[in-house]
Ligand binder design. Structure first.
Ligand code: ZN
Length: 314
């Protein structure tokens, strides 16, 4: 195939969050074909078969770019996905996808490779590409939004474990805590250090302050310092296990106005083993681009296709 033709090749990246559904086309060079589209996930998947709705949205997207050639589709879910990257295992915010095989019916319809993946690994793909971290042998990432998302990149691949669900740091238990987590267990640490805990903290202690402003009152609010302690304990636990080269901190909470980023880094240092890894921590603030999930899906899919090509030509 000529290089001129390759310029028209693209992959579709889809980011299905609990709130928004975003879809975009990504060229081989990493740029977007056009401004991605955004819909409400809840309205979109409220009724009907989630697969039919997904197929319909993808068909519409493909039809609007007739001069481009589709090479693959990568879809990020806010939940766990099986080792084959075909089936959603657990997705509490979008329960209609639970136990649905995504790849097989979509590959039959669109005749290109289709990958389903945990959304945090797509965010991590985007951050690795944007910050040129591909050669680091261990990167750990924390996306703190509704929950505590965690992605691990180690020795040139994403850690997936036996079942495809490695990196569920948000669900390590806190001794003595009984609160019920959407995962079904009690006392998971993300209940105390992510978005839902922050909303509760505002209700209990800062009800006169708009949610987006609460970190402005960090110094006067000891409960916010305790909230950061939970976050730092979870993160330093993984640092102590893996001794990573880079630690990416990102997600909606981290990017909030006046978030005490340096205080968080100090607390993580405090809880980490001395002298190492504590004395060599490299923190990186991740991207705050609302399209990171789509761009990351594109980077992930192109990497997979390029690796596949290399295997095929061996
Ligand atoms: Zn849990």
């Amino acid at each position: 195939m000529s290089i001129a033709n390759k310029k028209n090749e693209y992959v579709i990246g889809i980011d299905i969050g609990g709130t928004n559904f975003r879809i975009g086309g990504i060229l081989r060079n990493g740029s977007l074909i056009s401004e991605p589209s955004k819909y409400s996930s809840r309205e979109m998947f409220e009724n009907g078969s989630p697969l039919d709705i997904l197929i319909h949205a993808i068909s519409d997207f493909i039809d609007s770019f007739p001069s481009y050639v589709l090479k693959g589709i990568c879809i990020g879910f806010p939940g766990t996905v099986d080792l084959s990257k075909e089936t959603v295992i657990s997705c509490p915010n979008l329960p209609s996808f639970t136990n649905i095989n995504i790849s097989v019916p979509l590959e039959k319809t669109f005749h290109v490779p289709v990958v389903a993946e945990h959304d945090v690994l797509l965010l991590l793909s985007h951050d690795i590409k944007e910050q040129h971290l591909e050669n680091a042998n261990c990167i750990i990432s924390f996306y703190i939004g509704t929950g505590l998302g965690n992605g691990i990149y180690i020795h040139d691949r994403f850690l997936d474990g036996k079942n495809g669900v490695a990196g569920e740091l948000g669900h390590i238990p806190v001794y003595g805590k009984k609160d019920l987590c959407p995962c079904g267990n009690n006392g998971c640490i993300e209940l105390f250090c992510a978005g839902k805990a922050l909303e509760q903290l505002q209700t209990d202690h800062l009800s006169d302050v708009p949610f987006s402003e609460i970190f402005t009152y960090y110094k006067q609010t000891p409960e916010l310092s305790q909230y950061l302690d939970f976050m730092a304990i979870a993160i330093s636990t993984e640092i102590n296990i893996l001794d990573p080269v880079y630690i990416i901190l990102s997600g909606g909470v981290i990017h909030m106005k006046n978030f005490p980023y340096s205080e968080l880094c100090q607390k993580i240092h405090h809880f980490t083993r001395k002298p190492y890894p504590a004395n060599s921590l490299n923190f990186i603030k991740g991207s705050n681009n609302p399209f990171s999930g789509i761009l990351g899906a594109g980077a992930y899919m192109w990497n997979k296709l390029n690796k596949q090509n290399k295997e095929d030509t061996k």
